[in-house]
Design a binder for this molecule. Structure first.
Ligand SMILES: [Zn+2]
Length: 266
């Protein structure tokens, strides 16, 4: 592929990096990423991937923009309260980078559609805010052989991990979803909005690294951010041979055991 004059200017700061270069930029333009949730984490992920020239960005979300979203969901705007989040995301992406095709998927991910939706993309970035969705995305990605970069935020804390075929999965850390109502959510416990930016930007970085095949993958590790004490900890996460999904004797071969998923807000 030959870059246009405009693309050479647009991506100059990437192209000058030896680890990216023209070849890496071409790779990004030919890449596809599925972002689960156009919320707090999805906002910076979608923006940075679009700015980076990731050619196809799928966005799954069935919510409308609400006023209470705007404290952290920076892809949306006061003037778009009431419109579909995927449309709001598409508008800003079209403005940021005409090289990018945003595929709006206005749906709630569930056991019946998850694998078919994920199948069309190279890498998945999960920015959902609830355990049923995270388990569903983890299982669907593993069954489809996709790399998953997953982030989560709550109050003043954030987590980030990459789950790749061959490495540990989300179930190696958290075997089963916790009972409903036992886990605080952003809406019940709150979140400092800027934490979504910190974790979302790191999530976008890991997605770009996976697409480019550069640096050290976060697979097998978990990053834990504590904003109040300004500390990042990286802990190793081994694959669990007893994991029901990726262990030596897996018992999960499809998504049939998943129930309904809660709203994706992030
Ligand atoms: Zn596992």
């Amino acid at each position: 592929m030959d870059f246009t004059e405009e693309q050479i200017h647009r991506y100059a700061r990437h192209i000058i990096l030896p680890e990216v270069g023209g070849i890496g930029q071409e790779k990004l333009l030919g890449s596809s990423v599925l972002v689960i949730g156009a919320g707090g984490l999805g906002s910076p992920v979608i923006l940075y991937l679009a700015a980076a020239g990731v050619g196809t960005i799928g966005v799954v979300d069935d919510d409308d923009v609400e006023l209470s979203n705007l404290q952290r969901q920076i892809i949306h705007a006061t003037s778009r309260v009431g419109s579909a989040k995927v449309d709001s995301a598409a508008r800003i992406v079209a403005d940021v980078n005409p090289d990018v095709r945003l595929v709006p998927i206005r749906a709630r991910l569930d056991k019946d559609n998850a694998r078919a939706i994920i199948r069309d993309f190279q890498v998945v970035a999960d920015g959902s805010d609830n355990f049923p969705t995270r388990f569903l995305v983890n299982d669907a990605c593993r069954l489809e052989g996709k790399t998953l970069v997953s982030a989560a935020i709550l109050r003043f804390d954030g987590q980030l991990a990459t789950y790749k075929p061959g490495g540990p999965c989300y179930r190696c850390i958290y075997r089963e979803p916790p009972p409903e109502g036992h886990i605080p959510t952003c809406s019940s416990a709150g979140v400092l909005g800027a934490i979504a930016g910190t974790m979302g930007a790191m999530q976008a970085t890991e997605v770009l690294k996976e697409l480019l095949g550069i640096g050290e993958s976060l697979s097998g590790k978990l990053v834990i951010y504590d904003a109040l004490s300004v500390t990042f900890r990286t802990v190793r996460v081994p694959r669990d041979p007893g994991c029901p999904l990726c262990g030596d004797h897996p018992t999960i071969a499809d998504l049939s055991a998943h129930g309904s998923t809660a709203n994706v807000c992030g």
